[in-house]
Design a protein around this ligand. Structure first.
Ligand SMILES: [Zn+2]
Length: 211
């Protein structure tokens, strides 16, 4: 997860976000099985309207694992950080929306989106755009295994939050560690010109200190 800076809310949400969220919350309250569907705005689905704004925030990378570019294994999606099923009044809240890959989203869903009260407190989960966030504060990269680990020098609470984020976004699941090791090898072999376009690389949090 790389530090992100959130631009101001796009006009669709600035103008209508509160009303759209309230409408969805009302429909959900009346019928718990009511399914979320993005509203339309200026002839476009709101998610389509939002994508370029969210892409600008992370240069088109997944806000959680920093994968790039999105591909066939992991598509681009918009994640509701606090799940809309349990926080319907945040469905169109700009600060609750992140560009994510489907893998991070499904890992996170498994943890949080159940109707029963989840074991972890989602309000504690680390956000890439929160004040004071940096990769180094919470995590370190194990160059041998390719895994991301909680920073042992961090405070107890920060280490807890790091562990929660690693689990909730599945940051060491599947082939992710191998994929990071491969990218690190490629990065070290790359020419200075190739390295300079940092936004062309995935997992930028691994290279920020090296540039
Ligand atoms: Zn991801």
């Amino acid at each position: 997860m790389r530090k992100a800076h959130r631009p101001s809310a796009p006009e669709s949400l600035a103008e209508h976000g509160t009303a759209w969220s309230a409408e969805f919350a009302k429909l959900r309250a009346e019928d718990a099985s009511y399914r979320f569907q993005w509203k339309s705005y200026q002839g476009q689905r709101v998610n389509q309207h939002l994508l370029p704004h969210l892409e600008a925030m992370t240069a088109g990378h997944c806000a959680y694992c920093d994968t790039y570019p999105f591909g066939t294994d992991s598509h681009e999606t918009i994640d509701h950080f606090l799940p809309k099923a349990r926080f319907p009044w945040l469905a169109y809240c700009w600060e609750n929306l992140y560009l994510a890959c489907t893998m991070c989203q499904s890992e996170k869903e498994r943890e949080f989106d159940s109707q029963v009260e989840p074991a972890t407190d989602s309000s504690e989960l680390i956000r890439p755009d929160e004040a004071g966030y940096s990769f180094q504060r919470y995590f370190l990269f194990n160059y041998e295994s390719g895994e991301i680990e909680a920073n042992p020098a961090a405070s107890e609470r920060d280490r807890e939050r790091a562990g929660q984020a690693l689990r909730c976004f599945g940051l060491n699941q599947g082939t992710r560690a191998q994929s990071r090791k491969r990218i690190v090898r490629n990065f070290h072999r790359a020419t200075p010109d190739e390295r300079a376009g940092i936004d062309d690389w995935p997992y930028r949090f691994l290279f920020d200190g090296l540039l």
